[in-house]
Design a protein. Structure first.
Length: 253
């Protein structure tokens, strides 16, 4: 049986206040937890015997073997899987980010946890190792965001900072921004390194950050001049932008 205290703890970890207080976050799902185990310290895990049998040596402080009913009681998901784990929140140093030698994503006010998690997953796919979010962006360690990353948090480090002030610390690094107007991303020259800013789902990039953008990029609709929807979902736009940067710039070893 799972204790009421443990169930209560998992429920509390749905909120950032308690994640910060306990320095823990929740991850659920067979593949997701397996991908996270090498990257984060696991404090506690509950899993079915069949899932445990497929993992070999599990790096966790405590592993509780349980049936599906017990996992369903503690799960935050509508359709629970075979494992739930509590991981230690990491402590990253933003000074390790080197935009002069790497492409770095900046996320300005991305409010939806699903969008944020999906963008982190995209960053992983396109070899972007660091994402810097404004403080009012969603918390990447919220359960919905963690699920949306599909394990990409094991490879991508997510930082939080005031973006305008952060950009001022790198005055010689080129800053690209995604806007509904600007240069056609498919024809404008792109560098392999620097910052790429994606803005809030409804309001775009805020003025203080936009003022520090060197190159405004737009994703043109097709065909030119055709009446269409106002904009793309920010995660979809991020996929297009990252893909085009990687298509036209050489890989960095």
């Amino acid at each position: 049986m799972i204790s009421k205290a443990k169930i209560s703890l998992v429920r509390r970890l749905e909120t950032k206040k308690h994640r910060d207080a306990h320095r823990l976050f929740v991850a659920e799902g067979n593949r997701l937890v397996a991908d996270m185990l090498p990257a984060f310290d696991c404090e506690w895990m509950i899993a079915t015997s069949s899932w445990i049998a497929t993992q070999g040596d599990i790096r966790a402080a405590q592993v509780v073997e349980a049936g599906e009913d017990d996992i369903r009681r503690i799960s935050l998901m509508k359709t629970p899987q075979d494992v739930l784990a509590l991981f230690r929140l990491p402590a990253y140093d933003i000074d390790e980010v080197d935009p002069a030698r790497r492409l770095v994503l900046l996320l300005d006010g991305i409010a939806n946890p699903g969008n944020l998690g999906t963008i982190v997953r995209l960053a992983d796919w396109f070899g972007i190792e660091h994402v810097v979010c404004s403080p009012d962006s969603a918390d990447v360690f919220a359960p919905k965001a963690v699920q949306a990353t599909m394990g990409a948090l094991a490879h991508v480090r997510v930082h939080y900072a005031e973006l305008d002030r952060y950009l001022d610390l790198h005055p010689h690094v080129r800053v690209y921004g995604a806007f509904t107007d600007g240069c056609d991303i498919y024809t404008h020259p792109l560098d392999a390194n620097g910052f790429v800013v994606m803005g809030n789902e409804g309001n775009g990039i805020r003025p203080a950050v936009a003022a520090r953008v060197d190159t405004r990029l737009r994703i043109p609709s097709y065909p030119p001049g055709r009446r269409t929807s106002e904009s793309l979902n920010v995660a979809v736009a991020a996929a297009v932008v990252c893909s085009e940067f990687r298509r036209r710039t050489p890989a960095v070893p």
